[in-house]
Design a protein around this ligand. Sequence first.
Ligand code: PLP
Length: 422
Amino acid sequence: MVTDTTAAERILADRARYVAPGMSTPKLVVAHAEGARITDPDGRSFIDFAGGIGCQNTGHRHAAIVEAIKEQADRYLHQCFMIGVYEPYVEVCRRLAELSPCGGGEQRSILVNSGAEAVENAVKIARWATGRPAVVAFDNAFHGRTLLAMTMTSKVKPYKAGFGPFAPEVYRAPAPHPYHGISSDDSIAALEHLFKADVDPSTVACVVIEPVQGEGGFIAMPPDFPARLHELCRKNGILWVSDEVQSGVGRTGTMWAIEQYAGAEPDLTVFGKSIGGGLPLAGVTGGAEVMDAVPAGGLGGTFGGNPVSCAAALAVLDTVTDPAFLAGARELGETLRGRLDEIAARHPRIGEVRGLGSMLAFEFAERSGDHAKAVVDAAFERGLVLLSCGLYGNVIRLLPPLNIASDELDEGLAILEESLGA
Ligand SMILES: Cc1ncc(COP(=O)(O)O)c(C=O)c1O
């Protein structure tokens, strides 16, 4: 039988028939991925500036990570750490202790499956450690899609509308956003006001903030803000949870973005995405005093810290902590920033280029996602996978592998600029 239907079209038709539409998907169908390139089942090739939403800092199918996964698969698969202790889990936690940006002496970690689960666990730990119920989150935050994480997230559509009632005891303050006129002073003043007007600070277990807000639009905290937030938290006995699910694992040129902020040591760091090198892994690291608060059995989960994910993570950590890799990530950040500034100078619809290291994005001046969507669609047609973000969907974020080859970066940026239109 002769048919004009491509393999990608057939899979997309089946997707429409069998997969719930609440799971939104683009037109990209993946058959193979390597480094910064994705190939679809019909042989179309794409440069990937999305990395499965920030999960491929080391690039698709990094050789050392694939090798570690295969070796672990040959030894044993799932065990459940609550049933049988295995070394890859312990070793990931040992490496995270060495790399932890948190204060508080000895560092301990727990490993879970997703960023949302890690955020939920950080709040559970903070509640036990302080004996307090309340949580403060920020405007433009994204912390995940489970009930508590969704409540803490700051975007109504599509993340919250229709999904209430929400978790209690979650309060919100504006985060600094200089492009939209909110300074560190404004944000600290708003927190102080929140503690007078809405919630007694002595009932707040933790504040949770991304050092560079991801889904919210790649908004890096101003240099002075984390230290000031830290100070305010200490004054009130509140723990500070730094959500580095998107900004961590080398994305900003250091292992953790918060390392680039003087005088700021979070109590807990939440991580996920790229740490698994393409497998699901996330977790929480913090000082022993806080992490030891929860009694045995209070934390856990069947699959958290799966051995294969841990083996992959060890290879990721080896790769990312190589000084040459981080130096390359910083160089990529500088190159990208320069190129985006040049592009912005030629395209007046771009209002701001911003971010930290190579966690970079640009925001269109108009407060509508229409143009950004048109750009993402046009880029796809030309062979570039792009992602938008931001409260208005008017931000285009770039998350290429940190080790992307310069010719692939050039190709991607050329397509990006062509796709911006006039
Ligand atoms: C900062 C941040 N926290 C938490 C999450 C939730 O992670 P997951 O989708 O793995 O649950 C995300 C996901 O984008 C994120 O960017």
